[in-house]
Write a protein that binds this ligand. Structure first.
Ligand SMILES: Cc1ncc(COP(=O)(O)O)c(C=O)c1O
Length: 386
């Protein structure tokens, strides 16, 4: 693959399923062809695990979010990332953990457990009617807030949250900032230098175009000397960084691996997954998140403009119209999705919301098919308001 062709928005860079028009990157990305060929070659590395791929993947993900490789731990999932963070977090009775309403269970459940164990209070901030979730989150932070955990883009309807604004207010009240970037990083610009979060988690199989089973945990340097819950031969290092054996005796090392590596979930760094994630991250850096976002936002805005505004979950383009478009169809959502399915169009349903999340595997013809099929399906349901 030469650089010029890699920068093109060429749907053939992906392997697309036959007779399916796929609008569900928020569920799982389609594989890049470059990832597929890496997958075929991966067997040659089966019995020779190398640390090189995990270092490269840390560095590429770090570049994507403006961090260094030293700040990135490897995890299998957001669930594990949140578990690691909550294990490092102390809550006093009566303190609060502020979250967005209806956020993903993998992001929320770990905090609910911690709150239960510590007598702290989980607070869920609902999306206001005007769609300005940023202001609602900022207003919910107080001296009692110990943690705010949120997403830059809501997983169900794509509502945008200004991470820097929420983080700035959190700092004023002394709260820790935890961001779930699973539905954002790779699809919009995200810079830890600007936002200054304490922790960022992201699962890798959606907008990061990588395999399921590999995720990332950014740890701000101020937390990198905390003691991790896991201790094994990959995150503990001998004092001289060379051997576990001295004079024929096994040494159990006292020291930890550098930076955020001490928080790696055991087994991930030496698996084949980092090798598979590299091609996706390299491709994103060639395209650049701002270009990806501009493009996907344009598609979703055009689609939103073809529908009655009252059906768009977040109609104000200042707060919605991201790379994810949510259409509120109430109880009709499953029927409409099923109708689209008869024409080979794959989307997700999240409660009353039909969720559309295209990516560069989609063509203009896909968008036309979606628009026409949606129109037909809605008319068949006799929505007179349409
Ligand atoms: C916001 C968000 N966080 C996390 C996840 C996935 O979490 P995990 O990697 O623990 O399966 C998803 C999946 O849809 C998601 O939308």
């Amino acid at each position: 693959m030469n650089i010029d062709s890699a920068q093109q928005l060429d749907p053939d860079l992906f392997t697309r399923p036959e007779q399916t028009t796929y609008f569900d990157c928020a569920q799982c990305a389609l594989p890049l062809r470059s990832v597929e060929s890496e997958l075929r070659g991966a067997v040659h590395h089966w019995y020779r695990p190398s640390g090189e791929s995990s270092e490269e993947v840390r560095s590429l993900f770090g570049t994507l979010i403006g961090a260094s490789a030293d700040d990135i731990a490897l995890t299998p999932s957001t669930t594990r990332g949140i578990a690691t963070i909550s294990q490092l977090t102390r809550l006093a009775p009566g303190q609060r953990v502020v979250m967005m309403a209806n956020e993903h269970p993998s992001q929320v459940l770990g905090w609910l457990e911690l709150c239960r164990a510590c007598g702290a209070e989980p607070i869920f901030v609902r999306k206001p009617l005007n769609g300005d979730w940023t202001s609602a989150l900022v207003a919910a932070l107080s001296q009692e807030t110990a943690v705010v955990c949120f997403a830059p883009c809501h997983w169900c309807d794509g509502t945008f949250v200004n991470s820097a604004a929420v983080a700035a207010q959190a700092r004023k009240v002394g709260a820790q900032v935890v961001i779930d970037g699973t539905q954002a990083i790779g699809a919009l610009p995200f810079d830890v230098a600007e936002i200054a979060p304490d922790f960022v988690v992201a699962s890798g199989y959606k907008w990061l175009l990588g395999p399921a089973g590999l995720g990332y945990l950014y740890v701000h340097p101020r937390h990198q000397s905390a003691r991790p819950a896991e201790n094994g031969w990959n995150n503990r290092i001998p004092a001289d960084d060379t051997s576990l054996w001295h004079d024929g005796r096994l040494i159990y090392p006292e020291g930890y691996a550098r930076g955020a590596r001490r928080f790696d979930a055991a087994g991930v760094a030496k698996s084949l997954l980092p090798r598979l994630a590299i091609a996706g991250l390299r491709q994103l850096l060639l395209w650049t998140p701002s270009r990806i976002h501009e493009h996907l936002q344009r598609w979703n805005s055009a689609l939103a403009a073809s529908l009655p505004p009252q059906w768009i979950c977040t109609p104000d383009p200042r707060h919605g119209h991201t790379h994810i478009l949510g259409i509120d169809l109430g109880a009709n959502a499953p029927a409409i999705a099923a109708q689209l399915g008869t024409r080979g169009i794959e989307v997700s349903i999240r409660g009353p919301t039909l969720r559309l999340s295209p990516h560069f595997w989609n063509t203009e013809a896909d968008l036309t098919l979606l628009r026409e099929s949606l129109d037909t399906a809605l008319r068949q349901l006799n929505r007179t308001s349409y």
